[in-house]
Design a binder for this molecule. Structure first.
Ligand code: FES
Length: 165
């Protein structure tokens, strides 16, 4: 759990144990060239997201500037500085999906979830994002929840799709 600044508000023991897991990852990869992305990936898996205090910790442990770590975190969309939901919904807004009603899907989902794009629901179940083509153009509009692709999505089917999660 995090506060508005993105720093951890979980109990200190839990935080310490997550940091010690991250220490093991750093120890394993620190001497390998170009391993920063890998370390950040694993740190995000362990911690759930990459708040600033964790980025500072990683930079210090690797003896590199914070700007280098923050630069990578902000460049790649799969890194998040805020806590993410249990599941990630990605609605495709590539050309085929856009012309076949992708925008309508986004509007309806936003209404059902009560959040806008890039946000996470209050109950922490879903993070809501857009994607640019997920390889199902022939059966547009499409969306993904985690790794499952839903094709020919109809706004009326959304509640039943979400109820599976
Ligand atoms: S444009 Fe949506 S799947 Fe390709």
């Amino acid at each position: 759990m995090s506060n508005k600044t993105g720093s951890c508000t979980c109990n200190p023991t839990e935080k310490t144990s997550r940091y010690s897991e991250i220490d093991k990852v750093i120890e394993l990869y620190k001497d390998k060239r170009g391993s920063l992305i890998q370390i950040l990936h694993l740190a995000q898996e362990i911690y759930g997201h990459l708040p600033l205090d964790l980025q500072q910790y990683i930079a210090k442990s690797l003896d590199i500037p914070l700007s280098e770590v923050s630069g990578v975190v902000s460049f790649y969309s799969f890194f998040s500085t805020k806590p993410r939901g249990q599941h990630t919904i990605r609605v495709c807004l590539g050309t085929a999906c856009y012309v076949r009603g992708g925008k309508k899907i986004i509007e309806k989902l936003s209404e059902i979830l009560g959040v806008g794009l890039g946000e996470t629901t209050k109950d922490g179940r879903f993070t809501f994002e857009i994607a640019r083509c997920i390889g199902a153009c022939g059966l547009a509009p499409a969306m993904m929840i985690d790794n499952v692709v839903y094709k020919q999505v109809n706004a009326n089917k959304l509640e039943s799709i979400l109820s599976q999660y």
